[in-house]
Ligand binder design. Structure first.
Ligand SMILES: [Zn+2]
Length: 201
């Protein structure tokens, strides 16, 4: 698991959170398997096992409609709303068989959610809690996970399916990146488009 995962994720998500958390109804859009046209990732990043949020790849992160990008999973536990985001490694060659999950707690008075823990859910059904943000404890985190799992009885099947979709997208992106590379045999000048590294703050 790449070291930078947590950092990267935090960095990516803050912006999303700001944008979406005023609207939290449960429209899950799970059937959406078309890759978002705005999703880009380099071959190196894919091969390096970069972990990406499912909805960033398949969701409509169309900034023209703030509030549209929503967490796909939500549940209630003891009167509090929680959200879950699932992330996967994109490298089609990598057999990590794990869903990376980020849990958020909704604060109605602030109309926003904050991250409370990160865990890995292996396809053998094992939970590994990676980071817990105090005051939450590891025990509470495990409880929250169980509570969510109960509301998603097909959770394992669901994350396996989404994992596969992400791997397929990774495969596709790698194929596309190969096509873009100029062949060594063809002596043609191709204006190299420098891809701008854009990281959301
Ligand atoms: Zn992997």
């Amino acid at each position: 698991m790449p070291q930078h995962f947590a950092d990267l994720f935090m960095e990516n998500l803050t912006d999303d959170l700001k944008r979406q958390l005023t609207s939290v109804d449960d429209s899950r859009g799970r059937k959406n398997t078309l890759r978002s046209p705005s999703f880009k990732m380099s071959a190196d990043e894919i091969k390096g096992g970069m972990i990406v949020p499912y909805r960033e790849v398949f969701g409509e992160l169309d900034h023209t409609e703030p509030g549209k990008a929503q967490f796909e999973f939500s549940f209630q536990y003891q009167g509090t709303n929680y959200f879950v985001e699932d992330l996967y490694c994109m490298n089609p060659e990598c057999d990590c068989a794990t869903a990376h999950l980020n849990f958020f707690q909704y604060e109605p008075e602030k109309a926003k959610a904050h991250q409370i823990f990160i865990c890995n859910f292996s396809f053998e059904g094992k939970l590994e809690i990676e980071t817990v943000i105090p005051p939450l404890t590891e025990q509470e985190a495990a409880k929250l996970f169980e509570s969510w799992k109960q509301e998603e009885p097909d959770l394992l099947e669901l994350v396996k399916e989404r994992y596969q979709q992400i791997k397929d997208a990774g495969r596709q992106l790698l194929k596309e990146s190969k096509k873009k590379k100029p062949s060594a045999k063809v002596k043609r000048t191709i204006a190299g488009k420098k891809k701008k590294k854009k990281r959301k703050k």
